[in-house]
Design a protein around this ligand. Structure first.
Ligand code: SER
Length: 313
């Protein structure tokens, strides 16, 4: 069967990389990039404007392109969600519900990202198991837990082949960082390159689970390619690569830029970081569909620095 893929949130942090990777696999003519705003001038491919809260528009696009798969990435992040919790609920949960309902009607295969934000202060801090306490403190986390349960419900009740990963903090260089908590780890490169300095809103000692974007994209594609019978988790898989604190990243960046300095002024996002775990046990993903990462902190820092430097000059 011909694959026709719709990617929502296509110019976001994950979308900017995932759309290119999918275009490579199925051809540019078979990937429809959906956004609320115009595509960046550099974008090559099919672009459509829509809001994921608009189910009718989504349905019209699914019909127009005879969509078979949706990578539903559109959503607000943790800090953005705290600024407007109602909007976060409508976009993050309402948007997912629209996609899942349409998946029943058009037999679509769906990918949806969850996050380490499903965890909260009552979750163990180290080696968080796949099945654990999910009592997040942010609206974003509440949305992600609700979304995970919706995914599992649509799988068991309607047989929708929906698959999901609990993304850690992701580091990519193509799109500008969004309004999240772990995004300090992207902002810091812009500071290091532009000003030789960065004021971090996350404090020293805050170890968080992190991953290079290429690993995240490869893992996502691997999960979606895995045979259906291998998928034992229909809420969302724990998904992990490395973990570090801001000062660990600072040391690595200083190898590329010895003049770089960082100071720490934690704000409200620190509280969010404090509620999340440091390390994740993702052995289920490794066992079910052979997940493994390729990038460590040293390797990803060198690439991030170089690529952002090329981008901003
Ligand atoms: N990067 C996200 C955030 O901090 C975590 O899913 O909001």
């Amino acid at each position: 069967m011909e694959r026709k893929i719709l990617v929502t949130g296509a110019s976001g942090l994950v979308g900017s990389d995932l759309v290119l990777a999918l275009q490579e696999i199925v051809g540019r003519e078979n990937v429809i990039a959906l956004e609320r705003h115009e595509a960046p001038p550099s974008f090559e491919g099919i672009h459509e404007l829509a809001d994921v809260r608009d189910s009718e528009k989504l349905e019209a696009l699914i019909q127009k392109y005879k969509i078979t798969e949706v990578y539903h990435l559109a959503g607000l992040l943790s800090a953005g969600g705290e600024k407007d919790p109602d909007l976060a609920w409508d976009v993050n949960v309402g948007g997912l519900r629209n996609v899942l309902r349409l998946a029943v009607k058009y037999q679509l295969k769906v990918f949806w990202p969850s996050s380490i934000a499903v965890f909260g202060p009552t979750t163990p801090k180290e080696d968080v198991p796949q099945h654990t306490v999910l009592e997040p403190t942010t609206m974003y986390g509440v949305n992600k837990v609700s979304g995970e349960l919706l995914c599992q419900y649509y799988f068991t009740r309607y047989g929708v082949d929906v698959r999901s990963l609990r993304y850690p903090g992701l580091l990519g260089y193509k799109a500008p960082p969004g309004d999240g908590t772990t995004e300090y780890a992207i902002h810091i490169f812009y500071g290091a390159i532009r000003d030789n300095h960065y004021v971090s809103y996350i404090d020293k000692g805050s170890v968080l689970p992190m991953m290079f974007m290429e690993d995240a994209v490869n893992g996502t594609i691997q999960l979606m390619n895995a045979p259906k019978e291998k998928i034992s988790v229909r809420t969302s898989y724990n998904f992990s690569a490395i973990q570090f604190a801001p000062e660990d990243l600072v040391k690595e960046i200083q190898k590329a830029n010895p003049k770089f300095t960082c100071e720490y002024q934690p704000d409200s996002r620190q509280k969010i970081a404090n509620s999340w775990p440091k390390t994740i046990d993702d052995s289920q993903a490794r066992k079910d569909w052979n997940w493994s990462e390729a990038y460590d902190l040293k390797k990803l820092t060198a690439i991030m620095y170089q690529k952002i430097k090329e981008k901003i000059g």
